[in-house]
Design a protein around this ligand. Structure first.
Ligand SMILES: Cc1ncc(COP(=O)(O)O)c(C=O)c1O
Length: 457
């Protein structure tokens, strides 16, 4: 059979409220032309993020009922710790309420002003948390990772020569760790190869610098390795995941992605000294060390989810169903990042809206038009998210890629929902010259995309 079906049945449904184009034009205008400010009930198909938006399984819901809500030493924590350690293999497992809490705790505990954190492409909250300590988040993805049209099996790889140069130039005293994001979300959901992790490990060892993973999508990365890297076709996803983590000293994770969680995160680390510092801060701002800002029922759901995600029927469907969207959009001539990511398809905003200059925020304008046209909400990862303005000259610096991410929630939408998305985007592409440019009305200083407002140029 060529058809790959959703490997689940639907037991509970949530109605989608239909809206008209006219209604949506008013709604997005009232939201300051920022899709983040829309009410979710006004969105037909929500591809804003795959974070925390997945559907939990029957086993996860059963786990919820078993949640032990004891303040300290809850049974749910030990299930969580054992599930995580069985895959990650590090000494200390510290729960947090989500990925950015892990980032904040790690940065506050370990990073100091003037430090440099090299990575492939730091995610926006990771970058913000690093910069908040006065350190620099340095992106060193391979050159292919910056070209939306180049086909490369592991476009998320860190440039090993650049990493070596960076460590030699900055020195180990100012590099507390190297952080590689798998898959590379801000670089198009592209995977990192095992060979690259091995190479990074060897360089880190030479300089005495710890290597950490941002493991938000570790299972999708493992499955890409199985599909694309020599020597891994016969290995299981869990074996590959364990091998990935074996090259590291620790990991951060937003468990709202590859743990099927609606909330949750973790820090998994070998260093006793770091774990001590992190747990002290955890108690200060998140909660006791055996719940870290989560309820016992959340820990149960995550313990089940992080094992379920490694089911190969699921991973095969996940990668194939995302590629299905990419392939059909590509056949309609829509410019997008290739190869297709694991959790998302990334439209090339600049190429889609080639009548709009960078100042008119082509990717953002596309995301607004997409909502207006067919009620699909997507997330710009480009000029608005990463553009910076020089305070002295007022000149803007735009990121290498201006993308619009169609992030696909896990186990939520069916193929017909995706057919609707493809048809809507293909139609909008035919009418792309009607898409109007935007400019900032209000731009917050930190993570502007979440709350900024815009006006039509
Ligand atoms: C790679 C990566 N790291 C970190 C985060 C932050 O996680 P959270 O949203 O749980 O705070 C995200 C969220 O999208 C992510 O994709």
């Amino acid at each position: 059979m060529r058809t790959i079906i959703e490997p689940f049945r639907i037991k509970v449904v949530e109605p989608i409220r239909m809206t008209s184009r006219e209604e949506r034009a008013g709604l997005i205008r009232d939201a300051g032309y920022n899709p983040f400010r829309l009410k979710a009930e006004h969105v037909l198909i929500d591809l804003l993020t795959d974070s925390g938006t997945g559907a939990m399984s029957t086993h996860q819901w059963a786990g919820v009922m078993e949640g032990d809500e004891s303040y300290a030493g809850a049974r749910s924590f030990f299930r969580f710790e054992s599930a995580v350690r069985g895959i990650f293999g590090h000494t200390h497992v510290i729960p947090t309420h989500q990925g950015r809490a892990s980032e904040r705790l790690l940065c506050r505990a370990i990073v100091k002003a003037g430090d440099v954190i090299p990575g492939n492409t730091h995610f926006d909250t990771t970058r913000a948390n690093i910069e908040d300590t006065g350190a620099e988040a340095r992106d060193l993805v391979i050159p292919e990772g910056l070209d939306p049209d180049v086909e490369h099996p592991f476009k998320g790889n860190i440039d090993l020569a650049a990493l070596e140069r960076c460590l030699a130039e900055v020195g180990r005293e100012r590099v507390p760790f190297v952080l590689i994001t798998v898959t590379n979300n801000s670089g198009g959901g592209q995977p990192v190869s095992m060979a690259n992790l091995r190479g990074a490990r060897a360089i880190c060892d030479r300089f005495g610098v710890p290597l950490l993973l941002d493991a938000a999508r570790f299972a999708e990365n493992a499955y890409f390795i199985k599909l694309r890297e020599d020597g891994y076709a016969g290995k299981t996803a869990i074996e590959i995941a364990r091998e990935m983590f074996s090259h590291t000293d620790g990991a951060l994770m937003s468990m709202k992605k590859d743990a099927f969680g609606n909330i949750g995160g973790l820090i998994s680390i070998n260093s006793d000294e770091w774990a001590d510092k992190i747990r002290t801060l955890l108690i200060l701002t998140e909660g006791f060390i055996t719940y870290g800002g989560l309820a016992g029922r959340d820990l149960e759901a995550l313990a089940v989810g992080i094992q379920e995600i490694l089911d190969e029927d699921y991973l095969k469907y996940r990668i194939a169903s995302t590629a299905y969207v990419g392939r059909h959009l590509s056949e309609a001539g829509v410019p997008l990042l290739k190869p297709y990511g694991g959790h998302a398809i990334y439209l090339n905003g600049r190429a889609f809206c080639d009548h709009l200059p960078d100042e008119q925020l082509p990717g953002w304008a596309l995301s607004v038009a997409l909502y207006e046209h067919v009620g699909v909400r997507a997330c710009e990862i480009g000029n608005v998210m990463f553009g910076t303005q020089d305070p002295a000259s007022g000149k803007w610096r735009w990121p290498a890629l201006d993308l619009v991410r169609l992030a696909i929630p896990r186990r939520v939408y069916t193929q017909s929902h995706m057919d609707y998305v493809v048809e809507g985007i293909a139609e909008l592409y035919q009418r792309r010259r009607e898409i109007r440019g935007l400019r900032f009305l209000h731009r917050p200083a930190v993570l502007p995309h979440f709350t900024a407002t815009f006006e039509i140029v």
